[in-house]
Design a binder for this molecule. Sequence first.
Ligand code: BGC
Length: 741
Amino acid sequence: MQINVTMKKNFLLAMMMCFGGTAMAQTPIYLDDNQSIEVRVQDALSRMTLEEKVRLSYAQSKFSSPGVPRLGIPELYWSDGPHGVRMEINWNDWNHANWTNDSITAFPALTALAATWNPVMSAAYGKSISEEALYREKDVMLGPGVNIYRTPLNGRNFEYMGEDPYLASVMVVPYIQEMQKNGVAACVKHYALNNQETWRNHIDVQVSERALYEIYLPAFKAAITKGGSWTIMGAYNKIAGTHACHNDRMLNQILKKDWKFDGVVVSDWGGTHDTKEAALNGLEVEMGSYTNGLTSESDFGYDDYYLGKAYLKMIKDGQIPESVVNDKAARILRLIFRTSMNRKKPFGSICTEAHYAAAEAIGNEGIVLLKNAPVTKKSSALLPLKKDYQNILVVGDNAVRKLNEGGGSSELKVKDMVSPLDGLRAIYGNRVKYAQGYTAGKPMYGNADVISKEVEDKLREEAVAMAKEADVVILVGGLNKNHFQDCEGGDRQQYGLPFGQVQLIEELQAVNKNLVLVLLSGNAVEMPWVDKVPAIVQGWYLGSMGGKSIANVLSGKVNPSGKLPFSFPVKLTDCGAHAFDELSYPGDGIKQVYKEDILVGYRWHDTKKIPAAFAFGHGLSYTQFEYGKAIASAKKMTEDGTLEIAVKVKNVGDVAGKEVVQLYIGDDKCSVVRPLKELKHFEKIALNPGEEKTVTFTVTVDDLKFYDDSKKDWMAETGKFKAYIGSSSTDIRTIVPFVLE
Ligand code: BGC
């Protein structure tokens, strides 16, 4: 059994305070678990000096912030996030601490989780990761991330949940709830409008009120009001002129007043830039990358943080009212009592069978079968792989690459890792051969390795020669976690596949038509070669058990059921963010204007009639699902009423499978521009061959509303609407018209 050091320390301190000293004192209220947290917070506050209250508000190391040692109130340990518990980092610098006991389970990236369209998977994710956090004695996990996928170039999209606010809202909630049940705080990030890495530290994002409320805020709102997240991280960028970490409107008004957030706002690391603004505009804890004005790090340096001695001085000078410091300290104490000083929380565990099973299950359900065509008119689809293949050639750097390394703060040190090659070998044994085919150089954060043409040619030619002999070729490619790929701190520099993969694909398919492409990435890529590749699988970054999940799907052991959480535009300019000038993306270096407004992702493709290569919500199965005609409970709906819409879905193929039934709403006529349709409900159902189920959705008037800038409120205009029900945003199987009266 693990001994939880912090808990033991608290207990001893409490005992000393109770029984030590002269007389037998009563247990102070703040130490008494049987009291409510609010009573304990007030009691602790009443015993604290001003200096002690201020000291709660800034870091004492790269990943911890202090408690109140004199009162036996422990510190908080923060950790990245969001796909597993990050390896230990040195107290005062960014080097890995090189411990030997911090290897953990890497869970699938959040894009993969979103692609499951299954809240049960999100719950399993939050529960498992919190158990690993408890083992590692972390109090706050820095995730999940819910910044909306605006452009496929954003280097951090893999850490987020896609382009649709409703999907992200549904998926984020169980992750947080299950994590916090274990006394580990979630930290939803990066609030808000951090939709690109280019110039992330200073770019001033300008977006309409409508787009803010309809697209960029809903998932954060759900994380707070439904998930009950105990912490939230302010983004690096500016919003309408002020840094997100000290933005009065975002923090004091929207988050704390409108959403009634009672937790802690933490800065992104180094995202604080002004003492008074930070103090007055709603930041509770300042964490940092480097200390302002310091050239090297030291314990002492933390007092120089904006919320350090400068903050204390301003309170003493009367420039910042004491009510501000009391409110911040109360919020931080609340967080401490919920997490590090929560004596009822369970012991943790790492790398258990259950965690591996959860990681594998999430991977199984998140993989998206983009395309599965027969190679010739007479043959069947290429996947699942035929059982009698004797010579299976796996090609690609990503078939063996350690994709948990790199990527920035979401980097992970894993105990076990099943690569796609390992996963396929576990099923097909020595029938599997391997050729690297291309190289991306070593994993790194800085400039990429320069690969010579000779090396590139040699690797490609070897693979092509082996492909001639193979029954089937499985190319495991895509992006990786190097800088300017799927990585924090920089956006992708090109939409197309890097590292000579386009030429590799073309040459492989020229010698072997049985070509399966498995793309490992957190982003869409340009696919000018799409018609030449009969089977394409979106395999994300799936963590420790990723290779198993991929082999499960390719072999047919698992029937794929993932659906895209974002669109794959044919070319970059088909994406709304890129349809305008540079001010829209990436901005002019100072500011940026989101010119596509509310038409993000499929809302743009649909409304502007620009087809995507693969649409939002798309994902094939090894079986087929037949949809009946959807039936509504009435033809009309009143403002306070609801409409039940029922549709029968039947598995008409030969194997069991899961289908995500999606319901979109479109407003026929409106005084403002509206997307053709918007996702409002979905349900994932499992069906055996021949089985039929009825899915019933309850549509409410909230599903029909848009955000009215002039009224500063949500509005629905009376008139005709349509409910579109189908298997993706473009594969609509049945439409129900109705009227709002
Ligand atoms: C990232 C955050 C991360 C933090 C701590 C920042 O650079 O933007 O997402 O949690 O570092 O590593």
